[in-house]
Design a protein around this ligand. Structure first.
Ligand SMILES: Cc1ncc(COP(=O)(O)O)c(C=O)c1O
Length: 371
């Protein structure tokens, strides 16, 4: 099997249109954060999310940080986050001086368990970040209900969930602010990059200031608040415009990959397929399964090593953030702790061939049969 090409977990789908637009941006001389592609990308992305405003940023992490800053979250405040997420979710909170408060996940959606949020609320709590992890929407109604009870803001971390639907609504425009990532392995990419969407005009005005060093829109070099440089470049936005033009076909292709994997893996004992609640339309970012070692006969790590030896790249699920050395809260959050040990993302690029998917599934079956 080693003689075949290594199948990566995620590769961007960059085509002719991307090349054309980036070339156009380069040729125009607008290589930094002014230029027509920025406005085009923001406008189209706002439309795509059914949001009024969209602000392109240099990364998804920067988008989260700006979103928190726009809500005036600062030292002494607390922000509730799911422990089962990529570290950026908590780090963005820490950048503001506030404290991330970690909450366990639901075992089916893998997202923050709304039933556990209330116990984490204190007099210092200012916001909840709902992460739509691995493309499955979080339970927004329950989260919004609690937020309204305690007068908290809700930020959606939709970095992994472009195009996912929560009860027919696009994720990102359900809370006060929604944040996206366009890192190279995401559903659409700008190399590095992010976006914040909101319907709130006050937050929109603040975001614009914060993204550009707090510089007044009326007077150049007049800085009214402490801001940042989290601007996206026109080159990145050119890539983004081309990617967004084909997002429906990319999402469809990803969905087809999930359908194929589901069909091939469903009868392998101990392999649990991704789930989808009846109120959700998940957007497959990375196709991620779990391994029940008592039934499968080997654990997740052993499966990863075996697949690697077959020329198949995989990724483990995120370690829970409350156990990361920088946070290390000493909490016991068992669902997330378990999911982080048993989850494995399989190759999920849109350019996967059917034969690649078959090769991955066959390797997993072969490993199971070797018990
Ligand atoms: C859940 C989540 N939040 C935030 C981010 C941060 O995005 P970026 O890498 O663009 O800074 C990522 C991804 O990388 C992510 O997966």
């Amino acid at each position: 099997m080693n003689s075949k090409r290594k199948i990566p977990v995620a590769e961007p789908a960059i085509g002719e249109e991307e090349l054309k637009y980036v070339t156009e941006a380069v040729a125009s001389g607008w290589v930094s954060s002014a230029g027509s592609f920025i406005n085009r990308f923001e406008k189209s992305f706002a439309e795509y999310c059914d949001s009024k405003y969209a602000f392109a940023t240099s990364s998804g992490t920067g988008a989260l940080h700006l979103a928190l800053e726009s809500l005036d979250i600062t030292a002494g405040d607390e922000v509730i986050v799911p422990t089962f997420s990529f570290i950026a979710t908590a780090n963005a909170v820490s950048y503001t001086g506030a404290k991330p408060i970690f909450v366990d996940s639901e075992s089916n959606t893998w997202n923050i368990d709304p039933e556990l949020i209330e116990a984490a609320v204190s007099e210092n709590t200012k916001a909840i970040i709902a992460v739509h992890l691995y493309g499955h929407p979080a339970k927004m109604d329950a989260i919004l209900q609690l937020a309204s009870k305690y007068k908290l803001s809700v930020i959606e971390d939709a970095a992994e969930a472009h195009g996912a639907l929560y009860k027919d609504r696009k994720v990102g425009n359900i809370g006060s602010l929604g944040c996206f990532s366009f890192y190279g392995n995401k559903t659409i990419t700008t190399g590095e990059g992010g976006m914040i969407v909101t319907d709130n005009v006050k937050l929109a005005e603040k975001l614009k200031l914060l993204r550009d060093h707090g510089m007044s829109s009326k007077q150049r070099y007049l800085h009214t608040i402490l801001g940042y440089n989290y601007r996206m470049t026109n080159l990145q936005a050119a890539l983004g415009v081309a990617q967004l033009n084909k997002i429906d076909s990319l999402l469809h292709a990803k969905n087809q990959i999930a359908v194929k994997y589901n069909k091939l893996l469903k009868n392998i004992p101990g392999i649990n397929l991704p789930t989808e609640n009846e109120w959700a339309l998940r957007s497959t970012w990375l196709y991620t399964i779990t391994v029940d070692k008592d039934i499968f006969g080997k654990n997740r790590d052993q499966l990863m090593v075996f697949l690697d030896s077959c020329g198949i790249d995989t990724r483990p699920t995120f370690p829970p953030m409350h156990m990361q050395p920088i946070y290390n809260t000493g909490q016991s959050l068992p669902i997330a702790e378990n999911l982080s040990k048993i989850g494995i993302s399989l190759p999920s690029s849109v350019n996967l061939l059917d034969s690649d998917i078959e090769r991955v599934a066959l390797a997993i079956k072969t490993f199971y049969d070797s018990n």
